[in-house]
Each structure stands twice: as C-alpha cells, then as structure tokens.
Design a protein around this ligand. Structure first.
Ligand SMILES: Nc1ncnc2c1ncn2[C@@H]1O[C@H](COP(=O)(O)OP(=O)(O)OP(=O)(O)O)[C@@H](O)[C@H]1O
Ligand SMILES: [Mg+2]
Length: 242
C-alpha cells in the first residue's frame, strides 16, 4: 500500500532523512519510533504531501507521490504532531469544516459517531479553546479520519490522552486496520509499540535501523525483556542489521 524507496530529505546542509526504504502492506499498523529529532515527523509529513523529499520515490495506493498529489490526499488522513484546529469554533463546527474539504458527503450522525470513537462525546457544542489538552488531541485525531481515509498517518496522536481513552482509541484503530486501513503510527509509548503495532521501524539520525516484528526484534537483540529489546534498538552502540 505504501512504498517508500530511498527517500532523503535535507534542510540546508543538514540531512534529516538518509535513503529511507520502507514498505507497508494494506491493513498493517506500522509503528515508527526513534529519538527526538530522528526524522519521524519529517518522513510522515513527506508521506502527507506537506514536505517535499529531496530525493527518492514514494507510491501510496499505486499513485506516485510526485505525480498524483491530489489522489494521494484523498487516500490519506494525517494527524499532525502539532494540533491544527480552529480554537474559536466548536467541536461540531470544526468537524463540519473539515468534512467540507472532502468530496464525500458526511452526515452529522457520522461525525457524532466518530466523536464517540475518540471518546469526545458530550463535547459536541463546546468551543475548542475551552477543551483540555487531551480533548484537543482527541479532536485532532477525529478530524483526520472524517473522510474515511484508506491510509492513516498518525504523528504521536495520543500524547497526553488519558489511559482509558488511549485504550479505546487503540481498539478503534485496530478495528479500522482489520477493515483494511493502513496505518503508520509515530509513538514513544511502549504500550502502543507492543499492543498496537504489527511491525515497527526504528529511525535514528535519519536512517532506518530496524524494521520488523517484536519477535524479530527479540531474536535480533537476544533480550528477554521487551523494554530492553527496544532500548537496545535505540541505543547508539547497537549494530545495524542491514
Ligand atoms: N522545517 C525545518 N527546517 C529545518 N530543519 C528542520 C525542519 N523540520 C525539521 N527539521 C530538522 O530535522 C530533524 C528531524 O526533525 P523531526 O521533526 O522529523 O524529528 P522527530 O523524529 O519527529 O522528533 P520528535 O520525536 O522530537 O518529534 C531535526 O534535526 C529538525 O531540527
Ligand atoms: Mg516528531
């Protein structure tokens, strides 16, 4: 569903991504992790057609990113790391505005169902500036999913969201994946890496260090404790496996 081939990104002299290659199948949830500044958000915003890669090839759903930007925009739902909402408008008004950006007709009932899926029911008529930080995060997720995107690009979507809502949102994302949606999910959260993702990719200083399942990571690092496995993959002294 997503093919990233040797993608690099430079900001001036600085290389933020260096020949990143990653393939994601339809229905898969792939976690993307790595230290602050590793290039995770840069990669996701390239996939979301917001940032231009310096080199490399990307196809999403068979469309080449260079040629078919608008087709790709219909396919993807992007949850940015920085919350992007209209503060002066209500939850309902925000959702309606986002729903107008898509060609598909979306009813208020559908918007309310989505609101419920992110544990935001009861806030329908509240202005965004009066919501808590976690509630804004929930709405940030909901507005990205309004057009029922086939590919979900989620950049630390649940930071600051309460535990119970996090679990419900994880369940919802898993259900969407079972229905065939493809997900790339940036997280620093151990539970999400272990409980949500089918595979994960570790990015460090712009380079992919590891792509695989947790079982493969356990085999490679020969650690029994999952936290140690992840620690080893993130640790500067670990050898690259390819
Ligand atoms: N617009 C920009 N101009 C210049 N440098 C940038 C820009 N955006 C990102 N960078 C640099 O690219 C590198 C990767 O940044 P990025 O935001 O992708 O990291 P990240 O892995 O998402 O980190 P975090 O976990 O902190 O969110 C950093 O060194 C950052 O300073
Ligand atoms: Mg980031």
């Amino acid at each position: 569903m997503i093919k990233i081939e040797k993608v690099s990104k430079r900001y001036g002299r600085k290389k933020s991504l260096n020949k990143v290659t990653l393939h994601v199948k339809q229905g898969e949830i792939v976690g993307l992790l790595g230290p602050n500044g590793a290039g995770k958000s840069t990669l996701l915003s390239i996939l979301a057609t917001i940032t231009k890669p310096s080199s490399g090839e990307i196809t999403i759903g068979g469309h080449r990113l260079k040629k078919k930007k608008s087709a790709i925009r219909e396919l993807i739902g992007y949850v940015p790391q920085d919350i992007a909402l209209w503060e002066e408008l209500t939850v309902k008004e925000n959702m309606r505005l986002f729903s107008k950006m898509t060609k598909q007709p979306i009813t208020d009932d559908e918007l309310k169902t989505l609101c419920k899926a992110v544990q935001l029911e009861g806030k329908w008529k509240e202005k965004v500036h009066s919501l808590s930080g976690g509630m804004k995060r929930k709405l940030n997720i909901a507005v990205a999913l309004i057009h029922r995107p086939a590919v979900m690009l989620m950049d630390e979507p649940t930071v600051g969201i309460d535990l119970q809502s996090k679990m419900e949102i994880a369940r919802y994302i898993k259900q969407l994946a079972r229905e065939g949606k493809t997900v790339i999910y940036i997280t620093h959260d151990m539970n999400e890496i272990l409980g949500l993702c089918d595979r994960f990719a570790v990015l460090k200083e712009g380079e992919l260090q590891f792509v695989g399942t947790m079982d493969e990571a356990r085999d490679m690092t020969r650690q029994l404790n999952d936290e140690q496995v992840i620690y080893q993959l993130l640790h500067p002294t670990v050898q690259r496996d390819h």
